[in-house]
Design a protein around this ligand. Sequence first.
Ligand code: MG
Length: 385
Amino acid sequence: MKNIAIIGSTGSIGRQTVNVVQRYPERFRVVALCAGGDGQTFLEQVRALRPEYCALYDERAAEGVRAHVPQGVAFASGKAACAAVAGYDLADTVVVAVSGFAGLEYVLTAVQAKKDIALANKESLVCGGELVLSAVKEQGVHLAPVDSEHSALWQCLAFRRDAPYRRLILTASGGPFRTLSKAELAKVTVRDALKHPTWNMGAKITIDSATLLNKGFEVIEAQWLYNAPPEKIDTVVHPESIVHSLVELEDGAVLAQMSYPSMELPIQLALTYPERFPVGIRPLNLAEIGALHFYPLDQEKFPCFALALQSAKAGGTMPCILNGAGEVAVQSFLRERISFTGIAEIIEEVLSAAVPQRADSFAALVAADDWARRKAEAVIVKRSV
Ligand code: MG
């Protein structure tokens, strides 16, 4: 029996983690969970899972929930109450399923408390890869990727993040706008951008997938997870999302992991590896699919990808600044304050004004994130007058 804590239980990855737990009640027990502000889903989960401890980040949502939490389940609200889930005494593994820079603090708290991590929050590695990986090493805990591409690489490397390889090949669906021209991209709406062709995900990552900023994040994530220099990582567009990524080994053999798109597979595997159990996805029917396609990634059309790679090359706090600016730009796009192509323009302007600092402390990352957000907001305001 594995005791699990879930950070962000009501989001897309959180809900799918709950599905995995409920599929194998004899293997998994949720001992603690926390969520943001979706009190309704949170209560349903708490009633079904009966954790020992649960928390809601949003104080107002917590007021509506408090009287309905079942007896025998401890409940608290606010930031510190959620951090307590990350370090919950009885948990063996913490699933970090929140998105954004906010995930970093939970990851660091859980690692310091000697918890194994199932990591769905890529931003914690983009922003704080150096800090997270050194803490993981120091505390001797396991870090299992949940991101589908990184899970695919990990599977091809036989669950060894330190296994030798010649090249990592990340696949990208290319998002919903793969075939649009640059002029057409400037006119896409929030509704268009929220319709991902192959994956059903939260709003932020769906927009990041449409701009390909997400794929840039994933290159940085792979650099940290597999100790990969940039020249050993290639990215290829694969619209069918059947091949989830590939590893080229020393002798030139290339291994791929394939399946119909399902996040429950990487989530479950992060909790059961090296063992595997049915996930309930349908058997792959290659004859029915017929053909798989691969194309080069157009960095000129999707500048967010190139900006991410540049920030990684500059190093230090630059990827953290990229992320902070990106989070503000995406929120502004979702509120229709800027255009789709404005997202890359905002990030580029913030990065060009930034001075990289060392990224070896949490305080330095918080300062960089804060600076990036304020700078991005100022750039957006300046553009709109
Ligand atoms: Mg991914």
